[in-house]
Design a protein around this ligand. Structure first.
Ligand code: GLP
Length: 261
């Protein structure tokens, strides 16, 4: 696992956007994995800037979302499909239908989950998966206790996650759905490069477990320790509980330029 500690979210966004730009130039058909939440927003803004400057095009690429609430009306602003449209997809030049997410309003949920797995596999898998982390250590919506071998399925959100996400629902925790569809941990682990972003002291405990704790379903993000190419980008506050912070800084400062992110 590569740990990169940067001054702020903008510096992190520049590094991630550099890598995505490199991928899109090398192979315009690159498949991206998109996350919701506040953590990736600076990355999306930077990608939009580069798109508007004519540096990158998403016209031949595709993207898969990590998760979706169950039961929100199609036009609800916090439905993840609408969030992704607002924050990135609708601001760049993806082809119609090129961005997909699990269907949280499907009548047959298990069938919708299986179809979503097949769609990701049919696209050849995800090249670069952007991830945030929940304060309880979840990635996508794989809450504590999730099987490390899980695939896309329905999950029940913890009350902590519902409280954390109430800020997107005018502070009303009762408005946050109880259920979601989420890519499983094994689905996420199939992506070729995992890029997790965390900023702020509220993430320090989860980051400590993710990077330096034992692998455990109690802190689902720790499964990333088994991934051959996982990059964790942090600000100083999110990195504040890491034992080997100085070592990670030294490794990154001395990294050969040809290695990329
Ligand atoms: C949500 C999402 C996750 C996200 C997490 C952290 O629950 N399902 O994909 O990583 O929250 O969100 P934020 O980046 O806003 O802290």
């Amino acid at each position: 696992m590569q740990v990169v500690i940067q001054p702020d979210a903008e510096a992190i966004a520049t590094l991630v956007a550099d890598e995505i730009e490199r991928l899109l130039r090398e192979r315009p058909e690159t498949v991206l994995g998109l996350a919701t939440g506040s953590s990736p927003l600076a990355i999306y803004d930077e990608l939009v800037r580069r798109h508007e400057a004519g540096r990158i095009s998403f016209a031949r690429s595709r993207a898969f979302m990590l998760d979706e609430y169950v039961g929100l009306p199609d036009d609800h602003p916090e439905r993840y499909r609408n969030v992704i449209e607002r924050e990135i997809a609708g601001r760049v030049d993806f082809a119609p239908g090129a961005v997909q997410g699990p269907d949280g309003n499907a009548e047959d949920i298990p069938a919708a989950c299986a179809q979503y797995e097949a769609a990701i596999a049919g696209a050849g898998g995800v090249d670069l998966q952007i991830l945030g982390i929940g304060s309880d250590g979840h990635i996508a919506f794989n809450e504590p206790g999730s099987s490390l071998a899980s695939r896309t399925r329905i999950k029940t959100l913890t009350s902590q996650t519902r409280r954390d996400n109430a800020r997107f629902f005018d502070g009303d925790v009762d408005a946050v759905p109880h259920h979601c569809l989420t890519q499983g941990l094994a689905t996420i682990m199939s992506a070729r490069h995992l890029v997790l972003v965390a900023t702020g002291a509220g993430k320090a405990e989860a980051v400590h477990h993710l990077v330096e704790g034992p692998v455990s379903a109690m802190w689902p993000a720790t499964v990333m320790q088994h991934h051959p190419r996982a990059t964790v980008l942090l600000d100083a506050a999110a990195a504040s509980r890491l034992q080997l912070g100085d070592y990670y800084r030294e490794v990154f400062a001395n990294k050969p330029a040809w290695q990329g992110l």
